[in-house]
Design a protein around this ligand. Structure first.
Ligand code: HEC
Length: 122
């Protein structure tokens, strides 16, 4: 009888252990490794960057406001300003002093902002 109790305890312990193994599948990955980050980066490189190079980096190339944060020619800076960039081009505020961008290009800023919005924060 004692052996039986011991065996059932052992089974319980094993079940408990295998459950906690399952939880470890949820290992935190860095943001850069997520599919959402990679999708936003791929979209930036394939679609948005050429628009930014043509219309924005003449001013936003790193020297603007003595900081590099507005160098929209790099993905991480563009990612950090995705919402601001979209509202500026959508309102026609940017490119500064120039014509409002064609709707096609404004849509690219919107798509990019939406993709960036899907990236998990940590
Ligand atoms: C002719 C120079 C020039 C061009 C071209 C230009 N900008 Fe700007 N931008 C500025 C200046 C100067 C400011 C600072 C605010 C102001 O003076 O209106 C600014 C501010 C901004 C801001 C708000 C501040 C910030 O850093 O978040 C955003 C967003 C922005 N620009 C996005 C863009 C985007 C996107 C484009 C391309 C479609 C663009 N700009 C093209 C000169 C320019």
């Amino acid at each position: 009888m004692e052996k039986l109790i011991f065996l059932s305890m052992l089974c319980l312990v094993l079940v408990a252990c295998s459950n906690s193994d399952d939880e470890e599948v949820d290992v935190p990955v860095s943001v850069e490794e997520t599919a959402e980050y990679k999708a936003a980066e791929a979209y930036y490189n394939s679609t948005l960057k050429s628009v930014i190079t043509a219309s924005c980096t003449s001013c936003h190339a790193g020297y603007h406001r003595n900081s590099n944060t507005s160098n929209y020619g790099t993905f991480t800076n563009a990612m950090n300003r995705a919402t601001g960039m979209y509202s500026q081009v959508n309102s026609g505020g940017m490119p500064k002093g120039g014509d409002k961008l064609p709707q096609d290009d404004i849509d690219k800023f919107e798509d990019f902002k939406d993709l960036v919005g899907l990236i998990p924060s940590e």
